[in-house]
Design a protein around this ligand. Structure first.
Ligand code: FIX
Ligand code: ZN
Length: 417
């Protein structure tokens, strides 16, 4: 490939080609390596009953949540398919995603019958299917979400083994956000902790984290936090964070990922689809980055209004790595706005996106959409740069895309080759 300067009309194609050619690392998903069994979701009925689509169902059907949640998985998928794909055109981001996945496998994308899709997915051997899906999605590694207090997952780690396609992330929500419901589980496992997280609880939680670090080899620890998250504050959560989690992250030399701004179960009847978003006080992030300079923080914020402050703080603290357009932000209009702002304020020193896929094949549409949205945004940056006097080359573009979608993450978590 030549290092010749690109003319303005060559830039977009060069960006599109490099985006296509670069395998991305998906830094936050809810996927699981096959050895973690049934936790890993895939296939058509799981795709159609994704909680993003469940939320949309209740806006376009008369079915009630109580009726819906009484159905089998297959009946639920039938109900959603009918309401969102047959009786309406699938124009929302989440419904178009299902269409794109069906299309990627050459399956029918309309009609009342999910039979051909069901038959196709039932006949895929999982391990090879994962590799095929990753190829179609243009990713080669994905980070899981692994909660050591999840009864469906924890026992499987005894013999989970390693899978080069997956990295673990040690998720702390149950410990940090619901200590009162979970400290007894730690106690029953031989850790000397108590309800108020007093006495030797902090060193015991560090011992628990060390044991799980040994087992999972996570690339980071992670927690999702509400819009009411404050730090410092007089709470069990703040003490656990400052005296157990952050020292453990330093000990193992891994970052802590903070996903801030989720308001869980504002409508409990919708279950997983019942969460909402709220604006957080970003001074908590400021304090953490300043007071814990030997810790590294991956941060994603759910509120649109918090995005600008996150960029400002990233300019102040190099131990802060903004990542992703999380959940309700992962729509082209908002991704475009946030990504342009980040490029303008941070250059290429951030991680533009993660998929948050819960169902394996979602990686196909989510990453395709990311590439589609990114291409004109990046091309515009190089066009402006050329206009200002510094021509763009193919090498610039390739290096920047590798940095954004691979090496910023690898370096930040410490797995750079
Ligand atoms: O907390 C999280 O990791 C969230 O991403 C999920 O809980 C959420 O339900 C989701 O799937 C968003 O995309
Ligand atoms: Zn998530």
């Amino acid at each position: 490939m030549s290092s010749m300067n690109l003319s303005p009309h060559e830039i977009l194609t060069a960006v599109e080609e490099e985006l296509k050619a670069t395998p991305f690392i998906d830094i936050h998903t809810h996927l699981f390596q096959p050895s973690l069994g049934e936790n890993g979701l895939w296939g058509i009925d799981n795709l159609i009953t994704y909680h993003y689509l469940e939320a949309e169902l209740f806006r376009s059907s008369r079915i009630t949540p109580a009726e819906y949640f009484g159905l089998s998985r297959r009946e639920k998928a039938n109900a959603i398919w009918r309401a969102l794909f047959v009786e309406n055109a699938p124009v929302s981001e989440a419904t178009r995603g299902v269409v794109a996945v069906l299309k990627a496998f050459g399956l029918p994308v309309e009609g009342p019958d999910l039979g051909p899709a069901r038959e196709f997915f039932e006949n895929q051997p999982l391990d090879a299917h994962i590799s095929r899906v990753f190829r179609l999605a243009g990713i080669d590694e994905a980070v899981m979400t692994n909660d050591p207090l999840d009864p469906n997952e924890a026992p499987l780690w005894e013999r989970a083994g390693a899978d080069p396609r997956f990295h673990a992330a040690l998720r702390l929500d149950r410990i940090l956000e619901k200590w009162d419901e979970h400290w007894r589980i730690l106690e029953s496992q031989g850790y000397r902790v108590d309800a108020g997280a007093g006495g030797g609880s902090m060193s015991e939680v560090r011992r628990f984290l060390a044991e799980w670090f040994r087992r999972m080899r996570p690339v980071y620890m992670a927690v999702s936090l509400s819009d009411a998250f404050r730090f410092p504050e007089d709470s069990v959560r703040a003490r656990l964070l400052g005296e157990a989690v952050l020292p453990s992250c330093r000990e193992f030399d891994i970052p802590l990922s903070l996903m801030i701004g989720v308001r869980r179960l504002v409508n409990p009847a919708l279950r997983l689809a019942g969460d909402a978003a709220g604006r957080a006080d970003m001074r908590a992030v400021e304090t953490l980055c300043r007071e814990y300079p030997d810790n590294r923080f991956l941060v994603s914020v759910l509120s649109r209004e918090n995005q600008y402050e996150l960029c400002v703080y990233a300019r102040k603290f190099s131990n802060l790595m903004p990542f992703g357009c999380w959940w309700f932000l992962n729509n082209p209009s908002i991704v475009e706005e946030i990504t342009r702002e980040r490029l303008e304020m941070l250059g290429t020193s951030f991680i533009p996106q993660h998929s948050d896929a819960r169902i394996l094949e979602q990686t196909i549409y989510k990453w395709r959409n990311t590439r589609r949205t990114m291409a004109p945004i990046l091309a515009n940056c190089y066009r402006l740069m050329s206009e200002d006097g510094r021509p763009a080359t193919r090498e610039d573009i390739r290096r920047d895309i590798v940095r954004l979608f691979r090496s910023n993450f690898q370096r930040f978590v410490g797995i750079a080759k």
